[in-house]
Write a protein that binds this ligand. Structure first.
Ligand SMILES: Nc1nc2c(c(=O)[nH]1)N[C@@H](CN(C=O)c1ccc(C(=O)N[C@@H](CCC(=O)O)C(=O)O)cc1)CN2
Ligand SMILES: [Mg+2]
Length: 283
């Protein structure tokens, strides 16, 4: 029997807890504040940012969306980030990715106060994650949401083999670190990996984040594996689909995420959770 991991339902559960935590903070006179900076007019980014704003507002988080033209300079953007770094009503700051060409995304992320780095992309927070340092620190929301999904399943991760396909800073790399921190044996595959199928077929947990529609087919998956599809691709008819051929693969798995309705909703729920974490940690 295959479990279809319902990201929308799990996100609702995470959001309900976040809302309670926001209420408790408000009783102590504190309101979590989130700033989302969006530069330019990428239509997909505009939708994600609108969804973040809507969800934050629903949960009682004070949400500010700062829309900037694609012509904004690096210096102007750094100065804007600094105004939020020093604003005590702001607990989380994020810069929607991707930025228009010409802006140095890494330098801008590095300018965010690490204690307000709600995306967990700041090099200090990335280092803390990779070193598995104790203590509170923000991490990338998509892989953290995936860990929540994995922990919702009746399986033990320790000692099992995880294969992460993709090595991006947002998903693949932090995902590998989190699975390693959960005591899994972790392999990371990428565009230069030879015999990808041979590797993915050894995965107890397979996380795929490549942006290649239906890269992973039935032959690439071990029977009984848990398959997490981070892809948000378009098929030949323009329909949203994942990196995994869901129809071919699902039956063979113990559990699998759909696209849409899997990882995506958990990313936003986790962002809200982490905004509240940052507010609490700042107390
Ligand atoms: N600064 C950041 N930029 C980006 C991040 C991020 O975590 N931080 N992640 C992605 C975009 N993203 C959030 O920002 C995001 C993408 C998709 C979804 C989502 O809910 N997807 C739905 C389907 C949506 C659709 O129909 O198009 C789903 O999978 O069900 C949420 C958040 C890149 N940039
Ligand atoms: Mg999804």
């Amino acid at each position: 029997m295959t479990t279809i991991i319902d990201g929308k339902q799990l996100a609702k559960e995470v959001n309900a807890k976040t809302k309670e935590r926001v209420s408790a903070l408000k009783e102590r006179g504190r309101v979590p504040g989130l700033v989302v900076i969006i530069v330019g007019d990428d239509p997909a980014s505009a939708i994600y940012v609108r969804n973040k704003h809507r969800k934050a507002t629903q949960l009682g988080i004070n949400s500010i969306v700062r829309e900037l033209p694609a012509t904004v300079s690096q210096e102007e953007l750094l100065a804007i980030v600094e105004t939020y770094n020093v604003d005590p009503s702001v607990h989380g700051i994020l810069v929607q990715s991707p930025l228009p060409v010409g802006l140095d995304e890494q330098a801008i992320v590095a300018a965010i106060d690490p204690a307000k780095d709600v995306d967990g992309f700041h090099p200090l927070n990335v280092g803390r994650l990779f070193a598995n340092l104790p203590g509170n620190h923000p991490v990338s929301c998509t892989p953290r949401g995936i860990m929540t999904m994995l922990h919702s399943l009746p399986v033990h991760l320790r000692g099992k083999h995880a294969v992460v396909v993709g090595r991006s800073m947002i998903v693949g790399r932090p995902m590998a670190a989190m699975l390693l921190n959960a005591d899994m044996t972790v392999s990371v595959a990428h565009i230069y990996t030879k015999n990808l199928s041979e590797l993915t077929r050894t995965a107890d947990v397979l996380v795929v984040a490549t942006g290649v529609a239906h890269l992973i087919k039935e032959k690439d998956v071990k029977p009984g594996a848990i398959v997490i599809d981070v892809g948000m691709d378009r098929d030949e008819n323009g329909k949203l689909t994942g990196d995994v051929d869901f129809d071919g693969v699902a039956e063979k798995t113990a559990a699998i995420t759909p696209v849409p309705g899997g990882v995506g909703p958990m990313t936003i729920a986790t962002l809200m959770e982490q905004t509240v974490d940052l507010c609490e940690w700042s107390e």
